[in-house]
Design a binder for this molecule. Structure first.
Ligand code: VG1
Ligand code: CO
Length: 540
């Protein structure tokens, strides 16, 4: 069926897909226009195969039905769908690669809350399994501005609750187990017998799936395959509103886990994941591992896991992520790349075989096994390292700092600001950048200051305006950028970093260690003055 439509404003994908209020996505023609724009901007769906699944949030099931009918009407050959329209983002990435499909559509607003009053989102991934590159998302957005028709099959809903093959017209729909192929991939990378022996020896763990998509994956892999005690995985059932939880695995939103991990009878290891399963937070008893440190520890110990035994080709981190992993790369004599925020910038480096591990400060890490960050993968990697080293999380982290020095790091988020206020902060600092090198701030001398631009070393494409950064002579850094994943107002992110070495400098309280950076940021950008806020809403 051919339906006449007209362009809807604002269908511009951000850091990771298009995210809007659920009600916006449910409004007439909104999802349809965007999906048709994806097909149109990528050469049409005729004869193609796609992977489809989502994180189970409100409107996930309905949106999946609409997309299946649209794919059929657009001439797609086959759709591979997770049972119940569920797939974690990394599992979807794996399925795209495993089946050699033309891409995938992931229904998720990731770490944003879900429900009729919260957020919904759509991500489009390409043949390599990774988020569509900027060139593609720009083309999709351009198409959404001129669209006048979409196609949808006039057919009843498909039963997605049973594994097996069905048809809409001539299009085949394969409903598959969302966990199986992903679990097999994990088993090929990590030493499952060794981790099983660790659990058998009494090692205790808590995994908080935050009522989001990782629950079924974590239960199957940690409890069923690796023998972790039943109940290790909590909040394991994906719910449309995530049970009211905000599925963002950081100390603020995963506070139940944090409380347990700092309590008297804390398990040996704690972890949490986000809405769509691509983020992770790892915690030891009484000790939180900052995501930037986690990436560095994984890089330094990679060879302990069978899948990485032969060493790393190189590493990559997003610009605001701390430089901790760079120290490891330097020691190993491998390349270290610095990219803009968002996983789409790692794809080319991974495809070209230049890097094996990548990560972001926002609780994301991953490797060349898929083209997305991968929450459970990082947790299994840690378990493999813990099993091999037979040391606690704290011992591993402390030894790492002694060997490489410590990059104290924190991110301060100022959320839901009026857009013009956030822009004023950015414009104010941007205007000062050129004059900063050589000047002193809070006893620190500015070495360089710029608005980060990136030239992709593989395809030569450039991306500008990726964050304002001020680097000091001692390697300390301040970065400020605006979030590209929110659905309300603007969120300003302030990233702070300071590097120290040697005994005495390694076990300071993080915010205290960063106090000079916090004062320097205020002097340079005047966030509190301009926004009228006393302090950040979330500190990670
Ligand atoms: C945030 C993070 C970024 C991450 C992105 C998508 O983007 O900072 O590092 O890649 O979310 O993650 P922003 O533009 O709001 O800072 V997810 O798990 O929400 O797909
Ligand atoms: Co996510």
């Amino acid at each position: 069926m051919r339906v006449t439509t007209s362009p809807i404003e604002g269908q511009k994908p951000g850091t990771s897909g298009l995210r809007k209020k659920t009600k916006v996505f449910m409004s007439k023609g909104y999802l349809e226009n965007f999906i048709q724009s994806i097909f149109d901007a990528t050469g049409g769906a005729e004869g193609k195969t796609y992977v489809l699944g989502g994180d189970g949030r409100y409107f996930n099931a309905e949106a999946a039905q609409i997309i299946l009918k649209m794919a059929a009407a657009n001439g797609a050959r086959r759709m591979i769908v997770g049972r119940g329209a569920l797939l974690s983002t990394p599992a979807a990435s794996h399925l795209i690669r495993l089946n050699g499909t033309d891409g995938g559509i992931i229904l998720s607003a990731s770490h944003n809350p879900g429900g009729p009053e919260a957020d919904f989102g759509v991500k489009f991934n390409g043949r390599n399994g990774g988020p569509a590159a900027e060139m593609v998302t720009d083309a999709i957005f351009a198409r959404s501005g001129e669209i006048d028709t979409y196609f949808i099959a006039d057919e009843p809903d498909v039963d997605l609750s049973k594994i097996g093959t069905q048809q809409i017209g001539s299009m085949e729909i394969s409903v598959i187990d969302p966990v199986e192929d992903y679990a097999a991939l994990m088993e090929s990378l990590f030493d499952f017998p060794k981790i099983r022996a660790l659990f058998a020896s009494g090692f205790r763990m808590r995994f908080d799936a935050m009522c989001a998509v990782t629950g079924p994956y974590a239960k199957d892999i940690l409890e069923a395959r690796l023998g972790a005690a039943p109940g290790t995985v909590v909040h394991a059932e994906p719910l449309p509103d995530f049970g009211g939880m905000h599925p963002d695995p950081n100390p603020t939103w995963a506070h139940e886990l944090m409380d347990e991990m700092s309590g008297p009878n804390a398990p040996d290891f704690g972890a949490a994941s986000d809405g769509d399963g691509d983020r992770n937070m790892v915690v030891g008893p009484g000790i939180y591992v900052s995501p930037s440190d986690s990436l560095a520890v994984l890089a330094a110990n990679a060879q302990l896991a069978p899948g990485y035994k032969s060493g790393l080709k190189g590493v990559a981190r997003s610009m605001p992520t701390s430089c901790a992993v760079d120290r490891v790369a330097e020691a190993f004599g491998i390349g270290a790349h610095e990219t803009p925020t968002g996983w789409k910038f790692f794809g080319n480096l991974l495809d070209a075989g230049r890097v094996t591990l990548c990560g972001e400060e926002s609780f994301g890490s991953g490797s060349d096994h898929v083209r997305e960050k991968d929450g459970l993968w990082a947790v299994l990697f840690w378990l493999n390292i813990l099993a091999e080293r037979n040391e606690s999380v704290e011992e591993i982290l402390t030894a790492h700092w002694h060997e490489f020095g410590r990059n104290y790091y924190s991110r301060h988020d100022f959320e839901a600001l009026p857009v013009e206020v956030a822009n004023k902060v950015m414009d104010g600092l941007r205007a000062r950048l050129a004059g900063l090198p050589g000047t002193g701030v809070e006893g620190l001398v500015v070495k360089s200051a710029d608005d980060f631009a990136y030239e992709d070393p593989v395809d030569g494409s450039t991306s500008h305006g990726q964050g304002l950064r001020v680097v000091f002579e001692d390697g300390s850094r301040i970065v400020i950028r605006l979030s590209g994943t929110g659905t309300e107002g603007a969120t300003l992110r302030l990233y702070l970093e300071r590097y120290t070495t040697g005994p005495g400098g390694l076990d300071l309280e993080v915010q205290a260690a960063l106090a000079p950076m916090i004062r320097a940021a205020e002097e340079l950008a005047g966030i509190r003055g301009v926004t009228g806020r006393d302090g950040p809403d979330v500190v990670t």
